[in-house]
Design a protein around this ligand. Structure first.
Ligand code: ADP
Length: 271
């Protein structure tokens, strides 16, 4: 509680009493704390690649540049770290735009079978590189009303995570089902489905139970080193969650360590 005492003077001079103002500021304080934590996290995340770029450039400048082999490997590191900075800045800007609701969504009916096929196609080469079997199952005739670019961003992000956190030779799949009252409906021919469920499953490393409630938080990563080496920023899932919520949908996750993970998105059919 914030407490303020305001003296009241009647006719501008005569003391008339005290006004006691009590204000519940816990929500404001919590927001302030979250904001300053975010700024601290952002600064920390940005400092790491900047320090690497600076350090390797300095070493080159102070003589290492005379060795062509070292020069090449240091330049590669500088390039990779700059790319990482780029991704981080991009994700931070994206998240701040979404959080302050500065992304106007353009809803239109999306025909899911062709939408999913197109999106999966974009990811095939990345999956093939790791010999991961990427498959899709979607009943014909299913529609959902959504912002197509944003829906693609959601699905691509989850597929990319699936591929990235699954060892070589594993499987990643996407399934789209119609729901009525939260239960699977008979199919796209049933005109009464009220929600669409998009599930993205992998046979990857899985997520420990204790981390599950936190993975949608900004910069939260189960294994920092692993996320870093796969080029992750730790912001993907929080961006995905916000985008799903902008579609009035929900996202949840089920996972078993060593077996795999499934991310489940339920979207209302009509916005
Ligand atoms: P990152 O850029 O680190 O992948 P995300 O926000 O996309 O960040 O995910 C947050 C964390 O959740 C990841 O660092 C990883 O620990 C965990 N994670 C996300 N998707 C998966 C998955 N499919 N399998 C296992 N762990 C995952």
């Amino acid at each position: 509680l914030d407490l303020n005492l305001v003296p009241i003077f009647e006719d501008g001079s005569e003391f008339g009493g005290v006004l006691l103002v009590l204000q519940d500021v816990s929500a404001i304080r919590r927001l302030e704390r979250m904001r300053s934590e975010f700024v601290a996290n952002v600064s920390h995340e940005l400092k790491t690649p900047v320090a690497a770029v600076k350090g390797f450039a300095e070493t080159l400048l102070s003589g290492a540049v005379n060795d062509p082999e070292i020069t090449k490997s240091f330049l590669q590191i500088i390039y990779d770290e700059s790319e990482r900075l780029n991704r981080l800045i991009g994700d931070i800007l994206e998240l701040s735009k979404i959080e302050s609701r500065r992304v106007p969504l353009q809803f239109s009916p999306i025909e899911l079978p062709s939408f999913v096929a197109k999106t999966v196609e974009v990811m095939t080469s990345e999956a093939a590189r790791k010999h991961i079997n990427l498959s899709m199952r979607v009943e014909p005739g299913l529609f959902v009303e959504a912002d197509e670019d944003r829906l693609r961003q959601i699905v691509m992000n989850l597929l990319a995570n699936g591929i990235s956190y699954t060892p070589e030779g594993g499987k990643v799949s996407i399934t789209v089902q119609p729901l009525i009252d939260g239960r699977p409906a008979s199919g796209g021919d049933d005109p009464d489905y009220d929600n669409i469920r998009i599930s993205i499953s992998d046979t990857g490393i899985g997520i420990p139970k204790k981390d599950l409630p936190r993975i949608f938080e900004r910069f939260y990563r189960v294994d920092k080193a692993r996320s870093r080496s796969s080029g992750g920023t730790g912001l993907g899932l929080s961006i995905v969650k916000h985008l799903v919520e902008l579609h009035h949908g929900t996202i949840s996750v089920e996972s078993t360590v060593g077996i795999g993970s499934t991310f489940i998105i339920d979207l209302p059919v009509i916005q």
